[in-house]
Design a protein around this ligand. Structure first.
Ligand code: ATP
Ligand code: MG
Length: 421
């Protein structure tokens, strides 16, 4: 679990505000769920024989003896919250959430025990149009973040439950005949969760799968049509994708559409965003059947990717527009009031020198603040009703201006322009 320090939080805030803006342009609403839920919720939704439930959850008994779990993902909580508050009754929902998730995994680059996701979940819409909207929205995120050239979309359909069951039988029959070629994990999954074997990273297992039956030969008519229609929509929007029949996702609740955005710039942790349709989940958790589709993206991996792509904006390092240096008791109190006034009148981001210090040490702080300009106010200037504007980044000489002219001069040098971003 990591601390995220100020230098990093600036990039995080940039990232979050881009994502938030895009979500807004599609009319999605934010929902905030608690970070702890009853353990049962995750077991019933994610599935007992998945990596998450088998070995990754932080589970504990509270003082009452109830088993609680730090949420490993957001979908189950979101469904629980919507059901509990009647948000799914006779209406559609387009929701998003953001926050920490917890999984007991081996920490490495791009994989942490507390990590962050931004997710979107939609409810009440059965057609491929909403699947397409979600996918196009995610593509827009990557364009906004400047990483569109280093990510690719993988797409698959898992078909109906019945189709998956038929396929599972055929897959198990095939693999059982070739048991000796399976890795240990896959042998275990053959009885617990055979579709997950398709996910195996083991090259020998992957080679064996080349001869296995294909999921798409087992698809039901409805899923086939849904998938074709989705492909047509994405094609018409000009969005490129690869069909990956082995993409099954690690959670039990998916059916029909599944997708992942992947990159080869992050080593083994290549998936940055993953999602799909889960029409059965609401009913499985005790509600009436409600169609649903959503995705979640890993914030840490996306931050790493923005850095890898060289897409960190330059102006992130500039956290203030103006540094106010003050020397002498009168100037100190006048400087405090001046800074207040400029924040109100010009919406400037201002760092005031607090705690005294020589002019030299104050200018060092000014430099460190990243501000392009400093104001210098000493007792002499105060008496004369003037103030010094000093450029800090090589934009020319310093000027002595009348206090009454200050706002006009600051406007002229276009200070505060960085604020729009
Ligand atoms: P992986 O195969 O990498 O373990 P996953 O299938 O378990 O991923 P999901 O449950 O689909 O992941 O979560 C959605 C996204 O959240 C992932 O695509 C990834 O970007 C991110 N993510 C998942 N687990 C972690 C983690 N431990 N640390 C950082 N990010 C993670
Ligand atoms: Mg995982």
């Amino acid at each position: 679990m990591n601390d995220i320090l100020p230098e990093q939080t600036r990039l995080w805030q940039f990232f979050e505000s881009k994502i938030r803006t895009v979500l807004g342009t599609y009319g999605y609403d934010e929902i905030r769920m608690p970070m702890v839920e009853s353990t049962d919720l995750f077991k019933r939704s994610i599935g007992e024989v998945t990596d998450i439930v088998e070995k990754e959850m932080y589970t504990f008994d509270d003082r009452n003896g109830d088993s609680l779990t730090l949420r490993p993902e957001g979908t189950a909580s979101c469904v629980r919250a919507c059901e509990e508050h009647g948000l799914l009754y006779n209406q559609t929902q387009r929701l998003w959430y953001m926050g920490p998730m917890f999984r007991y995994e081996r920490p490495q680059k791009g994989r942490y025990r507390q990590f962050h996701q931004i997710g979107a979940e939609t409810f009440g819409m059965t057609g491929p149009d909403i699947d397409a909207e979600l996918i196009l929205m995610s593509a827009r995120f990557w364009r906004e973040l400047g990483i569109q050239d280093i990510v690719t979309l993988q797409l698959n359909t898992l078909g109906s439950l019945a189709a998956r069951n038929d396929y599972r039988e055929a897959l198990v029959a095939y693999l059982s005949q070739n048991m000796e070629q399976l890795d240990e994990d896959s042998k275990r999954r053959l009885t617990t969760n055979p579709l997950r074997i398709l996910d195996s990273k083991n090259p020998q297992t992957q080679a064996l799968l080349d001869g296995a039956p294909n999921l798409h030969d087992f698809l039901d008519q409805e899923s086939r049509e849904h998938f074709e229609a989705l492909r047509t929509l994405l094609d018409r929007a000009g969005l490129k994708y690869e069909i990956n029949q082995r993409l099954v996702r690690g959670l039990d609740y998916y059916g029909k559409t599944v997708f992942e955005w992947v990159t080869d710039h992050l080593g083994a942790q290549g998936t940055i965003c993953a999602g799909g349709r889960y029409d059965g989940l609401v009913e499985q958790l005790g509600g009436r059947p409600v169609p649903a589709v959503g995705f979640a993206m890993g914030v840490e991996r996306l931050i790493l990717l923005i850095e890898a792509a060289g897409s960190v904006p330059d102006n992130l390092q500039q956290k203030v527009d103006l540094f106010v240096a003050v020397a002498g008791a009168g100037a100190e109190s006048e400087g405090l009031l001046l800074a207040e006034r400029l924040r109100s009148d010009m919406q400037l981001r201002i760092q005031l020198n607090c705690g005294g210090g020589s002019l030299k040490s104050q200018l060092k702080r000014a430099d460190k603040s990243g501000a392009p300009y400093a104001l210098l106010l000493g007792e002499d200037e105060l008496l004369a009703g003037k103030i010094v504007i000093k450029p800090l980044r090589g934009q020319g000489e310093q000027h002595l201006v009348d206090m009454a002219e200050l706002t006009a001069v600051l406007k002229e040098i276009n200070l505060g322009k960085g604020l729009e971003n």
